[in-house]
Write a protein that binds this ligand. Structure first.
Ligand SMILES: [Fe+2]
Length: 189
């Protein structure tokens, strides 16, 4: 009797399938969908000359919103679903800290930037200002100094700035498949 073995699914296919199936969801009350936001964020990282792992982190930084169906409900009731921690847990099956840590730290990077850059808070969207309260508000001086010493904190700060810019209603981006080579290159060997 022969046993049929099926090849394990390509992780990039698994992840892209989530982005395609669930990416129509609105992005926290902003005027872009989750998928548009992810593509804009990855495009900005690529345009800035980031390496493949950070482009991958930019593309997947909000996947925590897509893998947990309760996330929207919780946000609407003022509860922080900690989407960045959910994303880290999910992504570390396939990626190293050069992807997972900027993702995990991208919310704290907002708290850091609000504490260190006066113009930053003014430039945040209303949705982002609102979620900042749920996320603990700006860091105090001690938290700020501790944060920026963490490995990958500076990558997280760059990701955060792209994240904040990636909310343009009619931005033209490359298709999702354009980023496959970066995500594949970032996979753990
Ligand atoms: Fe985001």
């Amino acid at each position: 009797m022969s046993v049929q073995m099926t090849a394990p699914a390509d992780p990039v296919d698994v992840i892209f399938d989530i982005l395609v199936r669930k990416g129509d969801a609105d992005y926290g009350g902003e005027c872009v969908s989750q998928l548009q936001h992810a593509l804009q964020c990855a495009m900005l990282a690529e345009q800035a000359g980031a390496e493949s792992p950070l482009i991958t982190a930019a593309l997947l930084h909000d996947i925590g919103h897509l893998i947990d169906d309760r996330a929207h409900q919780m946000r609407d009731s003022g509860v922080d679903a900690r989407h960045e921690a959910q994303a880290e847990r999910y992504l570390k099956h396939w990626f190293g800290p050069d992807v997972t840590q900027p993702v995990r730290l991208h919310v704290d990077a907002k708290r850091y930037l609000c504490a260190t850059d006066i113009a930053y808070w003014d430039g945040l969207s209303d949705g982002s200002k609102k979620s900042l309260e749920m996320q603990g508000g700006p860091f105090d001086r001690t938290e700020e100094l501790e944060f920026i010493e963490l490995p990958y904190a500076r990558d997280a700060v760059m990701l955060r700035r792209w994240d904040d810019m990636a909310k343009l209603k009619d931005a033209v981006t490359p298709p999702l498949e354009h980023f496959r080579r970066h995500v594949t290159a970032a996979l753990l060997g």
